[in-house]
Design a protein around this ligand. Structure first.
Ligand code: TK8
Length: 348
């Protein structure tokens, strides 16, 4: 709605300025400087860290299908799965440099680029995927997307990584005490690192593609990720316990290189924007179905699965609270208060 208003104002401005400035005013989005050159033949490299069979991989294939169909085959999306182009951070940097066009990373490792993304890393922030959708698609999520061009990135929306659970080779996590001394891989994200430290674990940040080998060689005891990933990356083969901690929700953010975006026509930008949203709806749906299916399938593997009571989860949240408060100040009290106010509204 807001975007359209801005566009309408821009158009009115253009008309007032007359024909001379018309080309400079032809942008179809507030985020880019789309030209009016129609659709050209282009190859778009899109890489992700997860496998093709993961909901993220399936979402990317859906995105490819939509883009190729809407552009009459002129825009070709070349897909790269399983971190073949590098991990989340490396691919995001390639977007900034203009050597890769698209990636869909977890927001968590991007805090080094844009610290505000860290608000989504507060443990136990969301209770359901629908709450996450409302925040991400609402004013807060959009505000963060609008800041991305400052960092050479264009954000076209959020997809779902999901609720994370802990696996490890030592013991079932039933109480907060069970974290003590566990060497846990975390994402490269200070909120996660400090939260696990607070629980007494020994957090070891590393890129995702190194996790399986580190678990297998017992360099680390455990890791945490959504069920779809634990299944797709076969972590159950090298882990004894899966504890359903549901300790944090991770969004994916759909990113395009700003260097690339600025070379696109408004028509091309529109195709990518619409495809990212449409494929994102499909991906979120799939992610939710897969969360349940993956649990059923993991039950059939050798991994021992345990639930955690709400009371214990509450205790963990209380232990972690000082970390949340520290980071709320770093990310900006106004932003964090707005987040909690929005959440209150959603929950009413
Ligand atoms: C995949 C990552 C990943 C994330 C992580 O590129 O690093 O643990 O959950 O699955 O985005």
């Amino acid at each position: 709605m807001k975007k359209r208003n801005v566009l309408r104002k821009m158009m009115a401005g253009c008309m007032a300025m007359g024909l001379l400035f018309l080309t400079a005013c032809s942008s179809g989005t507030t985020q880019g400087s789309g030209t009016d050159k129609g659709i050209q033949q282009r190859v778009i490299k899109a890489g992700i860290g997860l496998n093709e069979d993961h909901p993220e991989g399936q979402g990317l294939l859906k995105f490819k299908e939509i883009v190729e169909q809407k552009s009459g085959g002129k825009l070709k999306v070349q897909t790269y799965f399983s971190a073949t182009l590098g991990d989340d951070l490396k691919m995001t940097e390639a977007l900034q440099a203009g050597t890769q066009e698209i990636t869909i990373p977890s927001t968590s490792p991007l805090v080094g680029i844009m610290k505000e993304f860290g608000i989504f890393d507060f443990p136990f922030l969301f209770n359901t995927s629908e709450e996450a959708d409302a925040i991400l698609d609402g004013p807060i999520g959009q505000k963060l997307l609008e800041k991305l061009p400052e960092y050479g990135l264009i954000g076209l929306g959020y997809w779902e990584n999901g609720f994370r659970h802990v696996t490890n080779s030592k013991r079932a996590i039933e109480t907060a005490d069970d974290f003590k001394g566990l060497k846990l891989r975390t994402m490269q994200n200070e909120v996660h690192i400090d939260a696990f430290k607070e629980l007494g674990a020994n957090p070891t940040p590393m890129p995702f593609s190194e996790v399986f080998t580190a678990l297998e060689s017992h360099t680390i005891d455990g890791q945490e990720n959504p069920l779809a990933t634990i299944k797709s990356n076969k972590f159950y083969e090298v882990q004894k316990h899966l504890s359903l901690t549901k300790h944090v929700y991770t969004p994916f953010v759909f990113l395009v290189s700003k260097k690339f975006w600025d070379t696109l026509s408004s028509e091309e930008q529109k195709i990518l924007q619409e495809a990212a949203i449409e494929a994102g709806k499909y991906q979120r749906q799939l992610s939710r179905e897969e969360d349940q299916k993956a649990l059923d399938e993991l039950k059939k593997t050798g991994v021992k699965i345990n639930e955690i009571s709400d009371q214990e989860r509450q205790k963990m949240a209380e232990i972690i609270q000082p970390v949340v408060e520290t980071y709320a100040k770093k990310f900006g009290d106004d932003l964090v208060n707005e987040l909690y106010n929005e959440l209150d509204k959603i929950r009413q």
